[in-house]
Ligand binder design. Structure first.
Ligand SMILES: O=C[C@H](O)[C@H](O)[C@H](O)COP(=O)(O)O
Length: 223
C-alpha cells in the first residue's frame, strides 16, 4: 500500500468515531481530505461540520456537507485531523498545511481529538519535522532570534516566491533543529512570546486516539 492508500484507509476508519446527528470537527490536510470524501457517504446522518480552514470548508461544501461557524456551535464531541508528527503520548506537531491556528481552536472546542495518520508520522521525540509557528509578521525577526537562542533555526515559509499568508492573514515560521522533549512546557513557553499567534505543538490539545495506517491495516493507539 502506498502513502495515499494508507491515508484513505484511516480516513475511512475515522467514520466510526463520527456521532450520528451531531456536528463533527474537521481538520485540514491530505489525510483529512480522504476523511472528508468518506464523510460524504454519511452526510445525511450528521448535522454538519465545523471546519479548520478555507480549504476544508470548500471541500466539505462541494460535497454538500453543511459547514457551521465555530461561534455558532458549543461543544463538539469529536474532532478528526491529521498530524505531521505524533509521539507515543499523543502529542503532535501540526501545521504543515498552515492551518494550525484554526485547527487548535476547533480542537479546543472538541471533547476528543481523533488523529488520522500514516505510520510514517509516529516518532519517539517531536522535532524532526520543522515546527510550524504562525506569527504576526512584524514580530518574525524577533521570534526567529528567540528560537535561535533555543538552538533552532526558523525560516519564513514561502509560497510562489513570497511569504505564505495564512487564512488569518499572518505568516508561518518553520523551526528546525529542535528535539522537543517536553512538549507541554515547549508549547506553554512559545505561546507566551509576543507576536506568536499559535505554535504547532499540540500538547495541551493532544490526541485521545490515533488511527495509524499501516500496510497490515489500521492500528489504533489510545492515549
Ligand atoms: O496545517 C495542516 C495540518 O496540521 C495537517 O493536519 C498536517 O500538516 C498533516 O497533513 P497531511 O495529512 O497532509 O500530512
Amino acid at each position: 500500500m502506498n502513502q495515499d492508500e494508507l491515508k484513505a484507509l484511516v480516513g475511512q476508519a475515522a467514520l466510526q468515531y463520527v456521532v450520528p446527528g451531531e456536528i463533527v470537527g474537521v481538520g485540514t490536510g491530505s489525510t483529512v481530505n480522504k476523511f472528508i470524501d468518506a464523510l460524504a457517504s454519511m452526510k445525511d446522518r450528521i448535522a454538519g461540520a465545523v471546519s479548520s480552514s478555507v480549504a476544508s470548508t470548500a471541500r466539505l461544501q462541494a460535497l454538500h456537507i453543511r459547514v457551521f461557524d465555530a461561534n455558532d456551535v458549543d461543544q463538539i464531541s469529536v474532532y478528526i485531523d491529521g498530524a505531521d508528527e505524533i509521539d507515543p503520548a499523543g502529542h503532535m506537531i501540526k501545521g504543515g498545511g498552515a492551518a494550525l491556528t484554526r485547527e487548535k481552536i476547533v480542537a479546543a472546542q472538541s471533547t476528543r481529538f481523533i488523529c488520522i495518520a500514516d505510520e510514517s508520522k509516529l516518532v519517539t521525540t517531536l522535532g524532526a519535522f520543522p515546527v510550524p509557528v504562525e506569527v504576526i509578521p512584524m514580530a518574525a525577526r524577533r521570534i526567529e532570534r528567540q528560537f535561535a537562542a533555543m538552538g533552532g533555526t526558523a525560516k519564513v515559509r514561502m509560497k510562489d516566491g513570497v511569504p505564505l499568508v495564512t487564512d488569518n492573514g499572518q505568516c508561518i515560521l518553520d523551526v528546525s533543529g529542535l528535539a522537543i522533549k517536553d512538549p507541554l512546557a515547549f508549547e506553554s513557553e512559545v505561546n507566551q512570546w509576543p507576536g506568536v499567534v499559535t505554535v504547532g505543538v499540540f500538547a495541551h490539545q493532544k490526541a485521545a486516539v490515533c488511527l495509524l495506517g499501516t500496510p497490515s491495516g489500521v492500528k489504533t493507539l489510545t492515549f
